[in-house]
Design a protein around this ligand. Structure first.
Ligand SMILES: *Cc1c(COP(=O)(O)O)cnc(C)c1O
Length: 396
């Protein structure tokens, strides 16, 4: 039987069977438009509210604070663009970090062209921001701090509660891109002083093309999409009914077993990390060892090209991701790996593996064996490695 080992859960996940089952009726029998008056369709409005309530409960939020969007990217765009617009009389300065997802970074670049000032905070060698640097960056004109909950490449979990406390103390709104964290680790918006939060369905075994923006009551937010009265007049367009129902189901399931699932994934993950660091020379683990998403492995392997490793893993049926922005057609190393201080040549030899609950210890042993074998092959062809070994011996 052909191997298929999926280790790219940070890119996307499969919808759970129960999620798909919950969605199916909304494509056929229950196709009504939730805005219609007759009971057949209006029932869908009630089902949407139930999903909204499930999601709100998972964050300790109120259901009217959840606005469905077409995904995490849209929620990020909306939060930044709308806060910049609605609070322009208060100020025009936003603070974010150098390691955000492009949904945040490219939105910030757009806003800069519109006259908004943006500070991009540095991170340390593990990807953590410095709270003192954050404090120092605050200006009288600062209207928003946007820091991701956990990084999608290296898995580092930022000090969200502490950031929230600083924002609250200074009277500044706090947005977090929680797309990677939501469903893996507990999030409570009140306790963490979060004013806005983005999440996405397809990263937690829900459908693609659905997400939400949490907006704390009292925070002024205008529409990103103009049209009908859906989502309290803030996100127009006929609701993605099946997507919302599926998202609600995925959240219900993810929250029910989050702790046990995360613990299991983490133990499989940790065993693999231990083997990699012990058995493969000249490898470093990127991201914080402790403050880390349970499913993330990100390593840099010296003297190899991440792309070659990926292709050879693919030939063995292993799906992983590299540290370069190959998806955008460029071979530049990732902005995250550069921000944590990796030199270009080390960043180029990076590999991200993000596990799911279906990945077993046996699979990971096969994966580590495969990486070992491929790395040896690639290094055997590398003149750089050859020179290095001649100069330093094999066991530095
Ligand atoms: C995947 C991801 C997004 C984008 O979400 P989509 O639903 O795919 O648009 C945003 N931020 C982070 C951190 C992500 O991992």
């Amino acid at each position: 039987m052909e191997q298929f080992i999926y280790l790219d859960h940070a890119a996307t996940t499969a919808a759970r069977k129960e999620v798909v089952e919950a969605m199916l009726p909304y494509f056929t029998n229950q196709f009504g438009n939730p805005s219609s008056v007759y009971g057949f369709a209006a029932k869908n409005k009630i089902e949407i509210q139930k999903a909204r309530e499930t999601i709100a409960d998972s964050l300790g939020a109120k259901k009217e604070e959840i606005y469905f969007t077409a995904g995490g990217t849209e929620a990020d765009n909306w939060a930044l663009k709308s806060i910049a617009e609605m609070y322009c009389t208060k100020g025009n300065h936003i603070i974010t970090t150098k390691i955000e997802h492009h949904a945040i970074l490219h939105t910030c670049e757009y806003l800069e062209k519109q006259g908004v000032a943006v500070t991009y905070l540095n991170v340390d060698e593990n990807g953590l921001i410095d709270l003192e640097e954050l404090r120092a960056a605050i200006r009288p004109t600062t209207i928003l701090i946007s820091v991701m909950f956990a990084n999608n490449e290296i898995g580092t979990i930022e000090p969200i509660k502490e950031i929230g406390e600083i924002a609250k103390e200074k009277g500044i709104l706090f947005h977090t891109d929680a797309v990677q964290a939501y469903g893996q680790i507990p999030i409570q918006v009140d306790e963490m002083h979060i004013d806005l939060l983005s999440a996405s369905g397809h990263k937690l075994n829900g459908p693609k093309g659905i997400g939400f923006l949490y907006v704390r009551n009292g925070v002024k937010i205008g529409p990103l999409i103009h049209g009908g009265a859906q989502e309290r007049r803030r996100r127009a367009g006929t609701e993605n009914v099946s997507g919302i129902i599926g998202f609600g189901k995925a959240v219900e399931l993810a929250m029910a077993d989050m702790e046990a699932r995360s613990r299991k994934v983490q133990s499989v993950r940790d065993a693999a990390i231990e083997r990699i660091l012990k058995e493969i020379p000249y490898v470093r683990l990127n991201g914080d060892r402790k403050r880390r998403l349970p499913n993330n492995i990100n390593i840099s392997i010296q003297f190899i090209e991440g792309e070659s490793l990926l292709i050879m893993l693919d030939m063995k049926g292993i799906c992983a991701s590299s540290g370069s922005a190959c998806t955008s057609g460029s071979l530049d190393p990732s902005h995250v790996l550069l921000a944590i201080g990796l030199p270009h040549e080390i960043a180029h030899g990076s590999l991200r593996m993000t596990l799911g609950e279906e990945n077993t210890k046996e699979e990971m042993d096969f994966v580590v064996d495969s990486i070992k074998e491929i790395v040896e092959k690639l290094r055997a062809m590398s003149p750089l490695y050859d020179d290095f070994v001649k100069q330093n011996g094999r066991n530095v």
